[in-house]
Each structure stands twice: as structure tokens, then as C-alpha cells.
Write a protein that binds this ligand. Structure first.
Ligand SMILES: [Fe+2]
Length: 270
């Protein structure tokens, strides 16, 4: 039994945590937040407006923050906070937009599990973050498909379709693009006792351990399936909001932003 107050999000994609101030968090509450996160896959905590120190401390109460080398750091004191800035005259695709994905699925073992964003400067009416629940998508699969994919693995590549948004970001920052990374993971995972789909359409390039002649069909089927509107929740940001998700069970993507400025602080957590 939990003593934090939660509200289910639309389509049951994650939960809002209500009446909480992350600046003053005791160990017990932090553990309940983490339990809720693992159970629902994504949590939304409105209008926290944390300073960098409190934000980084909250991340540490969830797990081990990690440095994400392809994004700009906040400063030397807060190396785990990445600044994601969209300028009004930016014309290219927003970082992480257009394809649902699960962050860093192209890494093998020991990859970071959680991603957290806080809204610093939020334009009105655009820039929602789109979430899809792997739990709900798995549950609604026909039994015949569940059976076909029960031992399936996927090959996930950093050069998958979403890489175009990363390459643009690296060009902006003057980073020479690194070689592509690939990893193989099971497509069906169990988190908090529930099965979930790990298919990261932005990175998935091939499905293995299924009948060879069905591999492409299953890949396309699963990608289409997780994109169905029944499994989607489009989160509209307010300044100071925090979204924190588990990349094992939740898929996400950025939506397009045109002619306005937006700043987010991101922390990647193991
Ligand atoms: Fe992402």
C-alpha cells in the first residue's frame, strides 16, 4: 500500500504523482516514487521548478545519474544535467522526434534505464512529449503474436531511423559522429511482474529468433502496434513539470516545435 497520491494518465499510460514537493523528500517517499515509476513506467509530477541541485539530488534518490556525452552539460558543478534547447529559428527535426523509441537501446548490458526531463522554458501549445505504454501494448497483442515473439530478440542500432535527429544535433555541436552501435535484446521483458514490449521503433532494425519468413512482418506489426492511439498519451508541459520514465516499459518521442524557444533539463539515470 502506498501513501503517495496518484492519478492515472489518459489511456493508463503512467501516473501523475500529486501533492508532493521533491525539494523535501525523505527516503521513504523516494522509495515509493521509484516503486510507482517501475509499476507504471512513467510518472508525471507537476510544477516542481527545482534548482539544479535539488533536481540532481532527486535523480540520485532514483538511481545513479550518468553523463550523456552527446548533449551539452549544464556546467561543471552539475555534469549530469543536460540542457536541451530548441531555438526559434531552428529548422531541423527536434532531437528525439518523429519515431517512438526507448533511449539507448543500441547499448548492450549496463545501459541506463531511466530518463527524466524538467520543463525550464515551455512554449504554449506545442512541444508535447508522446508516450506509449509497452505494458498495455503487450497485453493487447493477440495470443498468436504473443506466442510468435515469446523468445524473439531485436537488433537495435544507433543508426536506426531516429539517428537523423542525433546527427543533426551533433553537427550543431561540432561533434564528429561516432561509429554506430548495435545491441541485441529480448523483445518481451518483465518489469514489476508484468510483461512489456521492448521494440524501440527508432532503433529496431531486425527481429531474430522467429521464423525467418515472418521476421519482417513481425517487426512491422509490432511497430504499428505500439503506435496505436489506444496506447498513447501526449503530455502537455507546464514550466517546472517533471516526467520520469523507465525505458524498459515505456516508449516516447518528442513532437515538433516551430518558431519558438523551449528549454528542458534532462538527466539520464542507471
Ligand atoms: Fe529519447
Amino acid at each position: 500500500m502506498t501513501n503517495i497520491s496518484i492519478t492515472y494518465s489518459k489511456n493508463n499510460v503512467g501516473a501523475y504523482i500529486n501533492d508532493i514537493n521533491l525539494k523535501n523528500l525523505d527516503q521513504g517517499k523516494a522509495e515509493e516514487i521509484k516503486k510507482t515509476l517501475n509499476q507504471f513506467g512513467v510518472i508525471f509530477i507537476k510544477e516542481q521548478n527545482l534548482n539544479p541541485e535539488s533536481y540532481q539530488n532527486f535523480a540520485k534518490s532514483i538511481g545513479q545519474p550518468v553523463v550523456y556525452p552527446r548533449l551539452k552539460g549544464f556546467n561543471e558543478k552539475f555534469p549530469f544535467i543536460n540542457v536541451i534547447e530548441r531555438k526559434p529559428d531552428d529548422k531541423n527535426l527536434s532531437f528525439g522526434s518523429s519515431w517512438l523509441h526507448q533511449d539507448t537501446s543500441y547499448l548492450a548490458d549496463d545501459r541506463p534505464r531511466y530518463t527524466m526531463l524538467m520543463g525550464i522554458e515551455i512554449p504554449k501549445g506545442q512541444g508535447n512529449t508522446i508516450f506509449s505504454s509497452g505494458f498495455n501494448a503487450y497485453e493487447k497483442l493477440p495470443n498468436e503474436i504473443k506466442d510468435k515473439i515469446k523468445n524473439a530478440t531485436g537488433i537495435f542500432s544507433s543508426a536506426g531511423p531516429i539517428s537523423v535527429t542525433r546527427l543533426e544535433r551533433e553537427k550543431e555541436m561540432g561533434i564528429k559522429s561516432s561509429e554506430s552501435l548495435e545491441a541485441e535484446h529480448s523483445i518481451v521483458k518483465t518489469v514489476s511482474g508484468k510483461k512489456t514490449l521492448y521494440v524501440s521503433p527508432g532503433h529496431l532494425i531486425k527481429i531474430k529468433n522467429v521464423k525467418e519468413e515472418e521476421a519482417d512482418y513481425l517487426k512491422n506489426y509490432l511497430i504499428e502496434h505500439v503506435n496505436k492511439k489506444d496506447f498513447i498519451f501526449s503530455y502537455e508541459w507546464s514550466k517546472g513539470d517533471i516526467c520520469l520514465w523507465d525505458n524498459l516499459s515505456i516508449l516516447h518521442m518528442a513532437s515538433e516545435i516551430k518558431n519558438c524557444k523551449r528549454i528542458m533539463h534532462r538527466i539520464t539515470i542507471k
